[in-house]
Design a binder for this molecule. Structure first.
Ligand code: BGC
Length: 546
């Protein structure tokens, strides 16, 4: 299923642009305020016009949505709010007909508490085999009233919840997400079957949730002072429950399943691990790729980003993979807002802690536009998050009463959570939910979304949407046929690189204008110049030259 515009000998994922669809917030066809598969089907032509190669859909499975669908009750059914299995199959077929590959989200670390297995487990007595599919243990203390160990949930609070019969179950995330026991052969067999179920329906790849978390130290010892903060990034190697060597056996099994299918089926790991450990996930019999979150975590700083680019390219090359580039996803603050905060701000905490007056939205938008060209000219694949192509800001000030992310409650209201990047998309400048659907959207859209609606931006040649559309067209022509890059030395405040095709990207991070290197033609500039005919690159601006 290689996209028609790709060089035939390169698998699509090695250089594709993947667009992440947060299904709940993309497009709502039935007017219930929640996005759905039919809404997405109706918008496939938009994605085709934008020029992406693939879509990754966040979990579409039956779920109580305690964590936006990352709490799966049935891995073989589509949640009725999103649609039906027939609609999922139609979506896959229609996407393929438009040369779009389809990546599903696989959630193997935990199920929902509503999953039949967990219901069986809690209905069975301690010691029953149904309990062994999860990590269920006696508590500590004389009456077992203390949790089995001191692990904490990524979302805040303890990682253990007590059952009515006195035993405790482990959940590294919300209490509604019990962790599976990957030592149990039934769990392993079940996930092989789930992969086949979706591969048989034409799925081209899987984004694997929490790929660094499946294996736990079987003795479940205390972590002691090593406990990390909430929502942290890189994890130490062979931690008691992150990045353990045992996870790799699972991925070798899955790779063998994928390799049994025709076409370029792939899997991409969401593995928050240290640099030295990432290559282990990318061995030829494991993952095809892994997200690289370094670009996303870096500040708007020339030296930092230059280092990230150089390291990511050489590390991917060393293991025969290609780099992946990510600026945004459904778990992080949108970059238009992130880049508008002073360097060094803890943007995960900032919506709750402030100070809010430090935000400079104009600078943020300008830098996000510049970052788009920086990212899209690089070799390898790029992952875009819905709304990034519209330059949407983070809605960091949603009213408390609409917050849905379990992080808000579990952190004792110290983190406002991730809802601010999950607000339903504005498609039109008018209507009850700005073209998202006919009903009241599940999260309210702020007034500034009106001017950023897709239909408004389509008409404006200088819009963010047009910048992305042009960049993706040019990328196809100039940037994808090879995987090489030469970093240019253009001074401390400038990041520049040249691709063998001749495409040169220059980004000005400094406060003054800079001279462009010699070129025949300027293909694209991230923000219109303030002075017509200017030949120097303005601050917080990038350009593509040949
Ligand atoms: C997903 C999150 C989710 C968590 C637990 C993550 O890495 O991207 O959205 O809350 O896994 O499944």
């Amino acid at each position: 299923m290689t996209a028609a515009h790709a060089p035939i000998d390169v698998p699509w994922w090695r250089r594709g642009v993947v667009y992440q669809v947060y299904v709940r917030s993309f497009a709502d066809a039935d007017g219930d305020g929640t996005g759905d598969l039919n809404g997405l089907r109706s918008r496939l032509p938009y994605l085709r016009r934008l020029g992406v190669d693939a879509i990754w859909l966040t979990p579409w499975y039956e779920s109580p949505l305690a964590d936006g669908g990352y709490d799966v009750a049935d891995y073989r059914r589509i949640d009725p709010r999103f649609g039906t299995l027939d609609e999922a199959e139609a979506l896959i077929a229609e996407a393929h007909a438009q040369d779009l590959e389809v990546i599903a989200d696989l959630v193997p670390n935990h199920t929902s508490e509503r999953h039949a297995w967990f219901q069986q487990a809690i209905a069975s007595p301690p010691g029953h085999p149904a309990r062994d599919r999860y990590l269920i243990r006696d508590g500590k203390g004389l009456d077992g009233s203390e949790p089995p160990n001191d692990w904490t949930s990524v979302f805040g609070g303890p990682a253990w919840t007590r059952l009515d019969d006195g035993q405790w179950y482990l959940h590294l995330f919300a209490a509604e997400q019990p962790d599976l026991n990957w030592e149990n052969p039934e769990v392993r067999d079940e996930f092989d079957a789930i992969l086949r179920f979706w591969l048989d329906r034409g799925i081209d790849g899987f984004r694997v949730d929490v790929a660094h978390g499946l294996a736990k130290d079987p003795a479940l010892p205390d972590l002691g002072p090593d406990r990390e903060g909430l929502l942290g990034s890189a994890r130490p190697a062979n931690h008691l429950h992150w990045d353990r060597d045992d996870v790799h056996e699972i991925y070798r099994r899955w790779r063998a399943v994928l390799d049994g299918y025709e076409g370029d089926r792939m899997m991409v790991a969401e593995a928050w691990v240290t640099h030295d450990r990432l290559p282990l996930y990318l061995r030829p019999d494991e993952y095809h790729q892994s997200f690289n979150f370094d670009f996303l975590e870096a500040s708007w700083d020339a030296e930092e980003l230059r280092t990230v680019i150089a390291t990511s390219v050489s590390e991917a090359r060393a293991v025969g993979s290609t780099p992946t580039w990510v600026l945004s996803n459904h778990d992080v603050m949108r970059e238009t807002t992130r880049y508008g905060l002073p360097p060094g701000t803890d943007w995960r905490a900032w919506p709750a802690t402030g100070p809010h007056e430090v935000l400079d939205p104009e600078a943020g938008t300008r830098r996000a536009r510049a970052a788009a060209l920086l990212l899209l000219g690089l070799p390898g694949s790029a992952y875009l998050y819905q709304g990034e192509e519209l330059g949407l800001p983070e809605v960091w000030n949603l009213p408390d009463e609409v917050l849905d992310d379990p992080v808000w409650e579990r952190s004792g209201h110290t983190y406002r959570g991730r809802d601010g990047c999950r607000v339903p998309l504005p498609w039109e400048a008018a209507g009850p939910s700005l073209g998202f659907g006919d009903g009241k959207p599940w999260l309210p859209q702020p007034p500034e979304f009106r001017a950023l609606a897709a239909s408004v931006q389509e008409e404006d040649p200088d819009s963010v949407l047009n910048l992305f559309t042009q960049a993706l067209q040019l990328r196809r022509k100039w940037g994808i046929a090879d995987e090489e890059i030469e970093l240019l030395d253009l001074g401390p405040e400038v990041v520049g690189y040249r691709r063998p095709s001749g495409l040169t990207c220059v980004v000005n991070f400094g406060p003054g204008r800079v001279e462009l290197p010699a070129h025949r033609q300027i293909l694209l500039v991230s923000s219109p110049p303030s002075v017509t005919g200017a030949t120097r690159l303005e601050p917080d601006t990038s350009a593509w030259l040949v």
